[in-house]
Structure formats: structure tokens, C-alpha cells
Design a protein around this ligand. Sequence first.
Ligand code: C2E
Ligand code: CA
Ligand code: CA
Length: 587
Amino acid sequence: MDKLMQEELQIKDELQSQLLDATIMMIDDEKINMEVVKAYLENAGYRRFVLVEKSTEAMDVLNETKPDILLLDLIMPEVSGFEILTKVRANPIFKHLSLIVLTSSDDTETKLKALELGATDFLAKPVDPSELLLRLRNTLGAKAYMDQLAYFDPLTKLPNRHRFFERFDWALKKAKRHNDNVALLHIELDNFNKINDTIGLEAGDEILFLVARRIESVIRDTDILWNDSGDDEEMVNVFRLDGNVFSLLLDRIEKSENAALVAERISEVIRKPINLHNREIYITASIGIAVYPGENTDCYAMLKLASSAKDFVKNKGGDAIQFSSMEINNMYERRLSLESRLRKALENDEFLLHYQPKVNIETNQIEGVEALVRWNNGQDGLVPPYEFIHLAEETGLIIPIGEWVLHTAVAQLEKWNQEGIQSISMSVNLSMKQIEAADFLAKVGNTIDQSSINPRHLILEVTESLLMNDIEGKINIMKSLREMGTKLSIDDFGTGYSSLSYLSRLPVDELKIDRSFVMNMLHDNQISAVVSTIIFLANSFGLQTVAEGVEKRGELLFLQEKQCKQYQGYLFSKPLPESELSGLLKK
Ligand code: C2E
Ligand code: CA
Ligand code: CA
């Protein structure tokens, strides 16, 4: 805490001179009024002014420039001062902005109304210069503004280093008490000195200001990541530590790895060209990340770790992200490399399908197969779906991959038909993202039309959790699929949230009892009761029942007794490549 107190004293010394750095914004439809006031104030040492003549532009300029104080004319054409005042106070960022209303009206009513709407003070027009100076100093010198100065960087309007350590210290203590995660992003703009040298210090300042706004915009857009606390003042945890270094505190994220997602978006927005005085400027950032509880230490040490992680990427050329913990960094890099290889997998023809028989429980005949995708990416051999389907969904790649699967499975079925294997069905898994794509139904329709298969032999599997939101919309899509002649199956049945009672409303043909039930039904009475009930109800609704993951003879006997219709599982066969399965089918 000593360090904090030292900094505090030093900051108080600087405050007085900083008052004159305040950005003063004026909104008045008569430009001359503003010029006169500006001249007085310049004379008194103030340096930063923003003049707005068109009241319609007021809110935009306010957002862009974030002034420290606003002098507002009340009577203007188009948008009145009252309207602006109301908007300013309704905005969480400007809720506490110092705001002096200028009015030529003697009317007490008007003055009262202005105060009621949240004006800090008012002044009569024409403005008396000495009175204006006094009011300005009072307002700016008031506690709220002094705090603002002590804690905020006047250039970027971001909270400063001092505020950062306070917040960070508090967040870490809280996280240690509640076992939360905290991530610290240390963001340094690459080659900033070179930029300053070529375009000048003033333009450099403008860039810092713009970059601050871009980082803030990412935070606002990713607020799904936070467990919302509803406290708008603490919402933006972006700080300017010094020079070209920003930091971002993520103290409300679910997993510390999520910090990488935020960091990637920040890199992205910083990389977008900045248009400054008709020049395009390109900058990048090096980002180091330290996470608690990964690094169990205090805020100074964590800052050091994040900073050296940042130096590490900076030395490799910048424009990259690095975690301080090697372990997390390895995870992050694996994901990155998996993602880039997955992007190329379709072009490189690296996917293939394996087929697992669906077998009649009574006759032990193969009645159908389920197509299960595999990724042969050379270096790791066959990658199972659980290692890449999730990533494919996150990145949207599941849409082209899913299309490929459907197309390939239908072509395979057609081939078997031509070889004389006629009455077999083909099951294909669909993911949520795929179904939600606008042209999904048309794509399925085309695939069916262009093949000679009987659509009744195509079974589309959707998981139960898919029905969780927008049920009505999903039911409509399912109905359309059935109108094309395909059958629908609910995969992993029993693991989701649907109640058995609304089964009757769903346009489905088949239920697949999840492997987790089959696996445990022989040892757990409750589970065996659930399985019996599912089979009983499905049978009474006339639905096909399929048990997944049958590995043991005893499981098969139980399912037979309960009158389940089909099973799938290692007991009969693992998913097999085409060549091996064709042999089984022809037997
Ligand atoms: P799922 O649809 O529930 O597929 C059944 C999974 O259980 C398959 O794993 C299968 O190999 C495995 N399995 C079958 N019988 C047994 C058994 O007796 N014991 C054990 N331990 N496992 C058994 P797989 O192929 O790894 O697929 C995993 C999941 O990946 C699938 O679960 C499905 O949700 C998804 N998936 C696979 N292919 C596709 C696809 O083309 N598109 C989409 N969207 N998802 C797919
Ligand atoms: Ca399935
Ligand atoms: Ca399943």
C-alpha cells in the first residue's frame, strides 16, 4: 500500500496545473458567443476547447471528445438545450459531467427546469467574464472533478495507473475470497515511437485517444462474457498505464481462457486502419495476459508477468498474444493451430465418414447406419469429432462441413442402393448452427433432388438441446424437412430439458436414448426406470426407439425385454470405414 500512497501525493501536486488541461465544450447556435467566451478563457490559461454550432451534432461530438465540462445554450433551433441536457443525464458515461447552462432568459421557471433536469449550475447571458471564470474554477475544482483528475488520464479519458492499481488490488482480493477468475491484459501499441516521429506528437495523441475508444467498444460488445453486476461505472475496466500502454482488467469472466477471445478482438479492432487527416495509419498491438488463479500472486507481480509476456511477443515482431503461463499458452496455441488447420481441411479433402450400424434388436439385422465424421489431418491421424466439432461450431465452419457430410452420406447411400443394398437407412447428424442458416432447407432439398435415394431413407438427427430456444421456429423447420420426405430423430434423448409430455407436439420419427443412460441402466434403478419409461412412451407415440452405445450382452437383453426397437454400439460394431461396412452389409 505504500506505493499507492506515494503515488497519491504526487498526483495531488499535479492536480492544480491539470485543471487548465480540462476540455471545455460549448454548444451554442451563435458562434460569436462561443468565440468570445473562448477568448476569455484562453486568456486565463485554459487550452482545450470544443465548439459546436449545430445542436443536432451535439451528442456525437460529446461522445467523440468526452469533455470535462459542458457550457450549454438553452435556446437553439432544432434540438433545444433541454433535450440535450436530458440526453446527457440519461447517458451513464455523462451522468456526472459538469454542465453549466447559459441562458438569456430571466424566467425563474426556465432556470428551475434546467436545475431539475440536472444542470450543475447556470449563468446569465451575456456572460460576465469574471463570473464565468469563478464558476468554472468552482465546478472543475469540486470534489468530483478532482477525483476525476486524480484517477483519469486527461488525454484518453481513461482511468489511469493509480486507479488501475486500486481496482486491480480490489479485484484480486475479491477473486481470492470467492474463487473467481481475473485476467489482466497488458496492451502495448507496436512501434509507437516511430509513428510519433513520422506523423508528429499531436497526431500520436489523437491515435491514442482513438485506440482507447476502440478498446472500449470491444468491451461493450463482449459483455456477454461478464456476469453482470449492473454497476455501470465499473463497467469499463480499461486503463492507460502510460505512454502507449493500456491495460484491461477482466474480473467477471467465467474462464480465464476467455481472455484470449477478448484479446483477439482487441488486436482486430486496433489493426483496422485509422484515417487521420486524410492519411491511413496502420498500427498493431502486442498483448500479454496474466491470469489468476493461474498466477497466484499480488497485483504488482501479475502486472510484471503480463508485461514480460507482452515483451516476449513484441520481440518476435509484435501483433500477437501471449499468456504468461506456459500451460495456458500451449492450450491457446493448440486451439489457434487447430483452427487454422480446420479452415483448410475441406479444401484439402481431409474429412471422411465412418458408418455405424443401427441394428434390429429382435432379428439382429442391420437396418441402417449413422454417418460419423472423421478428420484425417495427417499429423495427428484420425481426429475424433469431440476434438473439433465444437470449434467448428464456434467458428461457423460447421456449416460447410455439415453440407459436405450430408452430401457424402447421401452419395454413399445412393451407391449402396446401386449395388443392390436397398432398404437401408442413412442417419446424418445436424448441428444447431447449420439449421439456423438461412438457406439450410434449400440445401437439403437440393441434395435430395439431385440424388436418386428415397428421402424416407434419410434420417436427420438433431439433439434435444437444439429445441431449447425458439421452439416454434425449430418445429417449423422440422415440419418442412418432413414434408421433403426425410425422417427426423432426436439424438441424445434424455440429456436435455424437454419433458416427455411435449414429445407429442414434435414432428419426429425416432428417439435415440443417450449412451449415458444405457451405460448405467443395469446398476442404477432410477436410470433403468427412466429408460423403461422413455421406451414405453415412445412406443405408444409410434416412434422408433434406438439405444446408443450398447457394449454388453446384458444391456441388450434388458432393452429387448423393454421392447426397444434398435440398438447401436460396440457390441455389434464400431463405426467403420465404407469398405469394411460394405462387407458387413452384403453378408
Ligand atoms: P453421437 O451422434 O451421439 O454419436 C454417437 C457416438 O457414440 C459416436 O462417437 C460413436 O462412435 C460413439 N459410440 C457408438 N457406440 C458406442 C459404444 O458402444 N461405446 C462407446 N463408448 N461409444 C460408442 P463419435 O463418432 O466420436 O461422435 C461423437 C459426436 O460427434 C456425435 O455424437 C455427434 O454429436 C458428433 N458428430 C459426429 N459426426 C458429426 C457430423 O457429421 N455432424 C455433426 N454436427 N456432429 C457430428
Ligand atoms: Ca447422432
Ligand atoms: Ca447420440
